[in-house]
Ligand binder design. Structure first.
Ligand code: BGC
Length: 707
């Protein structure tokens, strides 16, 4: 094994600083003097600096990786292999549901398995690190990156993030077929004000520690080797140069020893933020705050050396960052094999292979959420359907951030419904149909409306101020004849205001299901698969209610629901406080009935474990899956506690008419919470343990925690 200490000693200062730079692959293979001269000049780069850099952002294929690494090693003096990092977010070429869809499965084991497939596929192109999972907690549906998130609950985010990290890194990042995981975007990127991407996040320390940080922390506890900073400011300081986040929380409080990396160009952007005066100061702020790798900008290579000479930067800060990067390279096994993983032959064998597509189908089935069903679903094989809407005959149902995914490869709804459809048209509005077409549509038993947002209407920099289904697609519902049934299938990356399609008999939230979207939707609509997804995020009735999330703090003047006649309570004049669809909502073709909650004791003390048990019965003849949710309400605290907090969940298969007694163990620690300095407290007092299918239908039992 390479002695990285000796290697480190042999490096010049500029070579060390080079390790802190991440560049795009084309710089290593294109003609710098001619083709990319402008870009190179703009970044103040030189051939020497490029061939001293430490890592690469994004790579297309094994062939490209081999070419880049070969050229790099030929030209670089120290021949320290580059690490190849990339965004493998919800699959490499086999595409899984977008993360908000995967979270709807409430199935961390499935998340683990999808991450495994992603790792195995991506590794064949020589990728070593994935910029995933994104553990940003989200509350504002205007924010486009909800599609990349696991929703609004810290516990669910933590479980999914943990599973993804374990899936990517599996039995060790040194092994072929595994990737190192970089959790992002640290921190509170999802709290961008007004849901506008890149905007400031003004969250209190309490909220930061209680809500926003647990997801990242869980990813690190699962072993994630890297952390990416976020674009936003926190407490007026850009996250990328935020000493509190990068040193006090990450290193001191959590003991993280891995590598930190900026987001794309985000160190340079501290100048636009008005935090750094110029590049030199950006470099100073970055290295002192604890930022190791600078992605896509070049303040470190341009200025760190002079900052050290001027006595403004302690060279040990650079040394520590470099050592962390060399350790990662060592642990990835790159010194033994700089081309680790890159294997075009293997890529052909396994990428998009049958087992991988089967896993994509399984994940898509679990991600789909049945929001509404007035008895129309499941459809029968003998019913005829007309399919209209932008997704009626669309191959691309894989969603944003798929990067290597193929938009042209997968089946369309038209194809999977070929034997029962009488009419199909890709269209946005009612006025795109003529009389003859309307007549034909009205011959069908059921009209299937395949509506939603386009792939480019969510994701990074794709915030929306209007969360209704775009392009007046709701007008399509006027196509419906008097005796016809309607089913809306939705493709989108955020909670939408669905008020103008509520007349539909059924609404199916598909999100962007991935490579096997059409097959999974077909199975669900026909009842071959019983839907089991649940919402990991609240759907408001209208944007005016936002932010609307279940685990909000209590108010001194609570609103007690629609029949509350009190005027001076926390409510609106023009709408109630209830969501359209609450956290955990998701229907099934089975009928699940929850029994009362039983506890092993009505009081507990430290070191005690509380057993909570309740029955779940499938009161129907249809076998199905159900995720039971377990919440805790802490009645009083030195700081006001949320009205409810998810503590655990369990997804189980139920046979027809089967009852299962679910039992959960809550330790004394489960009753505690973090304060605004990150310290953990357990306070005696009253708690209610609740269980149920979603936050609107819970049964509870109150207990007392004794001092
Ligand atoms: C995104 C990150 C991503 C990075 C590298 C940025 O624009 O915010 O999520 O990992 O680019 O592609």
């Amino acid at each position: 094994m390479t002695d990285i200490k000796a290697l480190f000693q042999s490096l010049s200062r500029q070579e060390k600083i080079g390790q802190l730079l991440q560049l795009a692959p084309f710089l290593f293979v294109r003609d710098l003097a001619v083709e990319v001269a402008g870009y190179v000049r703009h970044l103040n780069l030189s051939e020497q600096k490029i061939f001293q850099s430490g890592s690469v952002l994004g790579i297309g294929s094994a062939e490209e990786m081999i070419e880049v690494q070969t050229k790099y090693l030929a030209k670089s003096k120290q021949k320290i292999p580059l690490i190849f990092m990339a965004d493998i977010i919800h699959g490499y070429k086999t595409i899984f549901p977008v993360p908000i869809g995967l979270a709807s499965s409430f199935d961390p084991t499935l998340a683990f398995e999808t991450a495994r497939v992603s790792a195995v596929e991506a590794a064949t192109s020589g990728i070593h690190v994935t910029f995933s999972p994104m553990a940003d907690l989200v509350r504002d549906p205007r924010w486009g990156r909800i599609v990349e998130s696991f929703g609004e609950d810290p516990q669910l985010i933590a479980k999914m993030a943990e599973a993804m990290v374990k899936g990517y890194q599996h039995d060790g990042i040194e092994k072929e077929g595994n990737l190192a995981s970089c959790v992002k975007h640290f921190a509170a990127y999802g709290a961008a004000e007004a849901g506008r991407d890149y905007n400031a996040a003004d969250v209190s320390r309490l909220s930061l520690h209680q809500f926003y940080l647990p997801g990242y922390k869980a990813a690190l506890e699962a072993g994630a080797r890297m952390v990416m900073t976020s674009f936003n400011t926190i407490d007026g300081v850009p996250a990328t140069t935020n000493r509190y986040l990068l040193r006090d929380v990450l290193r001191t409080l959590w003991g993280f020893e891995g590598v930190t990396i900026s987001d794309y160009d985000s160190l340079q952007q501290t100048i636009a933020h008005g935090h750094s005066e110029d590049q030199r100061q950006a470099a100073l702020h970055g290295i002192t705050a604890g930022l190791d790798i600078e992605m896509a900008s070049t303040t470190y290579t341009s200025h760190l050396s002079e900052l050290i000479d001027a006595g403004e930067v302690d060279e040990r800060l650079v040394d520590e960052a470099v050592m962390r990067i060399l350790e990662l390279k060592r642990d990835l096994g790159l010194f033994e094999n700089p081309f680790k993983g890159a294997d075009p032959v293997k890529a052909k064998e396994i990428v998009l292979s049958k087992p991988h597509l089967d896993k994509a189908l399984e994940a898509a089935r679990e991600a789909i959420v049945l929001l509404k069903n007035d008895g129309v679903l499941p459809l029968s094989k003998t019913q005829t359907v007309a399919i209209v809407g932008p997704y009626a005959d669309e191959r691309n149902m894989i969603g944003p951030w798929h990067w290597h995914g193929r938009r042209d490869l997968h089946a369309t709804l038209k194809e999977v419904f070929a034997d029962q459809s009488v009419f199909v048209k890709k269209a946005f509005r009612f006025d795109e149909f003529n009389e003859a077409e309307i007549k034909q549509i009205r011959t069908a038993d059921v009209v299937l409306f395949a509506l939603g947002e386009h792939e480019w209407q969510s994701g990074e920099a794709h915030s929306r101020s209007d969360i209704r289904i775009p392009f007046d697609q709701h007008t399509l519902l006027s196509l419906l004849g008097a005796n016809q049934k309607s089913v809306v299938v939705l493709f989108n990356g955020r909670p939408l205001d669905l008020s103008n399609i509520q007349s539909a008999d059924a609404i199916v939230e598909a999100w962007f299901p991935g490579s096997m979207a059409a097959e999974a939707i077909h199975e669900i609509l026909l009842g071959v698969t019983n839907p089991s997804g649940k919402l990991p995020i609240t759907f408001p009735k209208t944007l005016g209610q936002v932010p609307l999330y279940y685990n909000h703090q209590k108010t001194g003047r609570p609103y007690l629901g629609k029949d509350d006649r009190n005027e001076y309570v926390s409510k609106y004049l023009d709408i109630d406080n209830d969501p359209a669809y609450c956290f955990g909502h998701g229907l099934s073709y089975s009928n699940f009935v929850y029994g009362d909650v039983h506890v092993s004791s009505e009081t507990i003390r430290s070191n005690d474990v509380l057993t909570v048990a309740f029955d779940v019965t499938n009161a129907s003849a249809v076998p199905g899956k159900e995720t039971a949710l377990l919440f805790l309400k802490d009645h009083h605290g030195r700081v006001v506690r949320p009205v409810l907090e998810l503590k655990a969940f369990r997804k189980e298969n139920y046979r027809a008419h089967e009852t299962k007694t679910l039992s959960f163990q809550l330790s004394f620690q489960d009753f505690g919470y973090v304060l605004d300095d990150g310290s953990f407290v357990v306070e005696p007092g009253l708690f209610t343990v609740y269980a149920g299918p979603d936050v609107s239908r819970l049964k509870g039992k109150t207990i007392r925690l004794l001092p």
